[in-house]
Write a protein that binds this ligand. Structure first.
Ligand code: GDP
Ligand code: MG
Length: 440
């Protein structure tokens, strides 16, 4: 959907990071430049781009990496967290107080999608069992009432308007009296006037007179840089409670929406994804960011990383990096990987990996991992701590005990030695990376 282009270019940049063996200042700077390019291309406001990228760069270079977490994953996490900081972590809904009437007023310039969105919202709440009504307070655009009436008729929601009345405040107040006993009333307003000043003035007066519970700004997702300017103008006149971004179904890159959020601090609560009345989605920031970065379900990946952080105690990690790496450690690594769920799913969540590994390779890796676990289980504690004592007669015993062959046991020991060697190299580079590469 939206932002795919933006997503793919950020993804390309991150992929570079994931392909690098050593992450140093140079690579971090390259990532930040790539991010900047991608965001600017998507019409995100220049100042916002600079702010975001500065924070990412600073954190990526300065923050202490938790033991056991590869630096690249840590950087991905930082990038993700900085977007989430801007957009929020969880979907936020419109505030609805039960047992009273809740009035929402839609603002935004002509053509942004207000009238359509008013009907979509009415539909959304009607489906959830709220007694909902619409008011058309757009006295500027010819046929405004007819447009909303037609939409309202489709969903059987009552509407109030007055073609002859020229004062939007009077219409809104009359409508509100009529819909006294409703749960939710949505007020649609004008988007154009003789000039912008008089439009903003009208919104101010409307707000003062009808006292809506929340003002929602509808932004056209395709307008780019303009979004921040518009949002700011409306926000200064009437404090915005939330933003709905319409038209995110086409080729819109939607960076403007990001800028609008930054300019006003108002959260995005819904997105419009089509012209039909049901084309309204609750805005889910992490999913949006995941898509934005072209990484699939980034939220789950981050959760797994957090879990893994907890799983490897720092002391242990230090011991391993200082050269003590036994089969027991290796076994723990297997367990950590296993507890993350099916291998194929984990791999898919790791950016730059899941997209490329063929299914059968994943299966093979998973099979091997299973075998190795059983083999280590069949060893004595002493063998696990000092694998060098495993001679051919022990090997035979272990193979029998685990229902595998001696070749499998040898295979495991070979893998173990390789890993241990890797750990030693890592220690020299001070690059805490283990666990991930074990299985293939
Ligand atoms: P208003 O002037 O702000 O009230 O905007 P309208 O609701 O009249 O919408 C302007 C145009 O945008 C209409 O042709 C709508 O059908 C279209 N539109 C509104 N929302 C969406 C959306 O989410 N997706 C698409 N594709 N079109 C939309
Ligand atoms: Mg309209």
């Amino acid at each position: 959907m939206v932002l795919e282009k933006l997503g793919s270019s950020i993804y390309e940049t991150l992929k570079k990071i994931f392909g690098a063996t050593v992450i140093d200042e140079h690579i971090v700077k390259e990532l930040v430049r790539g991010l900047q390019r991608a965001l600017l291309q998507a019409d995100v406001n220049v100042r916002l781009v600079l702010e975001l990228s500065k924070r990412i760069e600073e954190r990526a270079l300065k923050e202490k990496i938790p033991p056991g977490i590869p630096r690249k994953e840590h950087i991905t996490k930082i990038v993700y967290e900085e977007f989430v900081r801007l957009l929020g972590e969880k979907p936020v809904s419109l505030n609805i107080t039960p047992g009273k009437r809740n009035v929402f007023m839609l603002v935004g310039i002509q053509g942004s999608g207000k009238t359509t969105t008013a009907a979509k919202l009415a539909r959304y709440f009607q489906k959830r069992g709220y007694k909902t009504a619409l008011i058309c307070a757009d006295t500027f655009r010819a046929g405004a009432l007819a447009q909303l009436s037609q939409l309202a008729a489709q969903i059987n929601v009552p509407i109030y308007g007055d073609e002859k009345e020229k004062n939007p405040v009077k219409i809104a107040l009359d409508g509100l009296r009529k819909f006294e006993r409703y749960d939710i009333v949505i007020v649609d307003t004008a988007g154009r006037h003789k000039d912008e000043k008089s439009l903003i003035e009208e919104m101010k007066i409307l707000q003062k007179e009808i006292k809506p519970d929340e003002i929602i700004m509808v932004i056209d997702g395709t307008i780019g840089q303009q979004a921040a300017i518009q949002a700011k103008a409306f926000h200064e006149a009437t404090p915005l409670g939330s933003i709905i971004v319409a038209k995110l179904d086409g080729s819109a890159r939607g960076g403007g929406a990001l800028s609008a959020v930054a300019a006003t601090g108002a959260p995005i609560k819904f997105i419009g994804t089509g012209e039909k009345i049901d084309d309204l989605e609750v805005f889910d920031p992490p999913r949006f960011v995941g898509r934005l970065l072209g990484m699939g379900d980034l939220r789950s990946l981050i959760e797994k990383v957090r879990e893994a952080e907890l799983k490897i105690p720092e002391k242990r990690a230090k011991a391993i990096l200082s050269g003590k790496f036994t089969l027991s450690d290796m076994y723990e690594q297997f367990e950590a990987i296993r507890s993350m769920g099916p291998f194929s799913r984990i791999l898919k969540m790791i950016p730059g990996l899941g997209y490329e590994l063929p299914e059968d390779l994943i299966d093979v890796a998973e099979e091997r991992l299973k075998k190795w676990r059983v083999i280590i289980q069949s060893m004595t504690p002493e063998e696990r701590e000092k694998p060098q004592i495993i001679n051919s007669s022990r090997m035979r015993r272990i193979a029998r005990g685990s229902g595998t062959s001696e070749r499998d046991v040898k295979d495991l020991l070979k893998q173990y030695k390789m890993l241990r060697r890797m750990m030693k190299t890592l220690r020299r580079k001070r690059f805490p990376f283990f666990g991930r590469k074990i299985a293939y």
